[in-house]
Write a protein that binds this ligand. Sequence first.
Ligand code: SAH
Ligand code: SF4
Length: 364
Amino acid sequence: MSVVNAEGKGNAVSGLSGLSGLSVAELEELMVRDGLARTHGLRLFKAVHQVPHDLGESRGMLPPPVQRWLDGPGGLGVAVVEEVRETESGDGWTRKYLLRMGDGQEVESVLMGFPGRFTACLSTQVGCAMGCVFCATGQMGLVRNLEAGEIVAQALHVARRCRELHGERLRNLVVMGMGEPLHNAEATLKALEVLTDTRGLGIGPAHVTLSTVGHVPGIRRVARHPLRFRLAVSLHAATDEERSELVPVNRRWPLREVLEACEEYSELKGERVFMAWTLIAGKNDSEEQARQLAALLAGRAVQVNLIPLNPTEGFAGGAPTDERVEAFQRVLLEAGLPVTRRQRRGIDVGAGCGQLRSERRVGR
Ligand code: SAH
Ligand code: SF4
C-alpha cells in the first residue's frame, strides 16, 4: 500500500515494513487519511516503539478507534521480524539473533555489551553487493535491501531482549551487521531517524555508528544529514592496489575520494571518522603497511580501529598473532594517531564483525 506523507509524496510502505518504519508525522497523516484524530498517530508510535511490550501485547491500551483501525483493511501489521534462533556466546555478553522477515528472508542482529553499555548491531540488507573477500555477508552476494521498518524492528527486538535479559535500556546502535548501509541509504537513514526519536526508543544520534565500505555519495549524504551520526569507514589497506584486492568497490570509489568525503563529514559535523582496519595475517599487518597508513591519515580527524580477522568459511586468511597486532598498533601510536583494538566478542557463535549471514536463502 502507499501512504501519502506531509509533502504529498507517495511513500512506499509495503506489508513487509509495517508500522515500525513510519515516523510520527507519517502515522498522523495515516490517521487523518482514515478519518481518525491526528493525535492517535503519536499514541500509535509510542505503542509500536515501547519496551518491553510489543504492539501485540499492548494494543488493548490503545483507544478503541485505533484498535479497530489496526484490525481493519487500512491497518498495517507490525510483525516484521520473528526470532528463529538466539545464540549465546560463551562469555555470556553477546547474543546473536536470526530473524525472519515477512517474505521468509532472514538476517542476523547482535546484542552485545556489558552493564551500562548495551549495543545492538543491525543489518541493512540480506547479503551484500560489495564483495569484500573476507566477509561472510559479502560471500553471499546481495539478495535484497531491507525496508526501514525491518531495520527498526531489529532494534526493537534486541532492545526488548536487552530489557528481559539484563534489565537495561539499549543505548547504542552500530550499523555493522549484514549489508552496506549506504547502498541502502534511504531505508537506513529513515530507520535511524525513527530510532533516535525521543518519543520512541530514543537512542542518541551520537550513540549511533554507521559503518561503510567507503560509499562516497553515501558518506556525503550522511555529512549533510541533520542528525549527527558517527561514521566508520572500512579501510583495510593504504594503497589503491592493495585495497582493490580486498575491497573490490575501491575501483569505483578509490581511497582519495573516500578520504575527501570523510573530510567533508568531519568539517560539517565536527567529528572524527573511525577508520576500521581488519588485520589479516601476511596481507595487511606489516609495520611497513602501518607506516603507509600513518602517512595516509596524517593530519586528518580520524581514529583507527583495529579488528583482527574473524574466520569465515569462504576466505582462507587468518588473524595475526597478538604480537603482530601490537607492533602494528605501536607504529600508528608513535605517529600520533589514536588507535583502539576492537574486542573480539561473540566470534565463538559467529557474531563477530563480518561473520553474519543468513542460513536460508529464499526466492533469490
Ligand atoms: N558494510 C559495512 C558494514 C558491515 S561490515 C562495512 O563494510 O563497513 C562491518 C565491519 O566488519 C567492517 O569494518 C568490515 O570490514 C568488517 N569485517 C568484515 N568481515 C570481517 C571479518 N571476517 N573479520 C573481521 N572484520 C570483518
Ligand atoms: Fe558488504 Fe561490509 Fe561485508 Fe564488505 S565488509 S561485503 S561492504 S558487509
